[in-house]
Design a protein around this ligand. Structure first.
Ligand SMILES: [Fe+2]
Length: 214
């Protein structure tokens, strides 16, 4: 999301019931229209009285929040992260049959994990191993090397390049899966929009040329 203040809620790119049965309509409705929307609204309210930050991009807010004035510092950390993370989460879901990584991403998965099964296993371990609320991530670094990360609360893995994220806050799955985070992860995995993730990885290749050289 390249935007800056005032932030807007991106519409869900498919119908609320389009991901059923893996993620049902009620789960999607509450997650997108209530939780995601609240992060957008809260971030705008925090920044409203601080025009000095209105030109900051979402990525800059997520990364440089320690530089903000103390009165909004923690709030912006939480809510800018909430906007960034949910934006990627909903963009990388699709109501299409499961596919696999393609192109440069497929080669990178083979190089860094061995195969897609090993990638899923590593990401699932991160999702289940995140104590409390947080996220599991597939990211690439400046060299295009892939890794799995996990972050607590609404922290992001920036400045690494996020490719895919699984929301393991209970609000992402509790209405449907209750405490069964592993079942939720397996269902979520079936909905990953691999063509989109592969495209994002290819786009990041252009950015990587701007990474600082050692
Ligand atoms: Fe969420």
């Amino acid at each position: 999301m390249e935007a800056h203040y005032p932030f807007t809620l991106p519409p869900l790119p498919f119908a609320y019931d389009a991901l059923a049965p893996e993620l049902n309509e009620k789960t999607m409705l509450f997650h997108h229209d209530k939780h995601f929307a609240a992060y957008v609204d809260n971030l705008n309210k925090l920044l409203e009285g601080h025009p000095e930050y209105h030109t900051w991009s979402l990525e800059k807010l997520c990364q440089d929040w320690p530089e903000l004035t103390e009165d909004i510092r923690q709030g912006v950390r939480n809510n800018a992260g909430g906007v960034y993370n949910h934006d990627l989460y909903f963009k990388t879901l699709a109501p299409t049959p499961a596919s696999t990584p393609s192109g440069a991403l497929a080669n990178a998965v083979a190089r860094d994990f061995g195969d897609v099964v090993a990638l899923k296993s590593a990401m699932k371990a991160a999702a289940l191993g995140q104590f409390g609320s947080g996220w599991a991530w597939l990211v690439s670094d400046c060299d295009g090397r892939l890794s799995i990360q996990k972050t607590p609360n609404q922290d992001t893995p920036l400045p690494l390049f996020p490719l895919l994220c699984c929301d393991v806050w209970e609000h992402a799955y509790y209405l449907q899966y209750q405490n069964r985070r592993a079942d939720y992860f397996d269902a979520w995995w079936l909905l990953v929009d691999w063509p989109r993730v592969s495209q994002t990885y290819a786009e990041h290749a252009a950015s990587r040329s701007r990474c600082p050289q050692p």
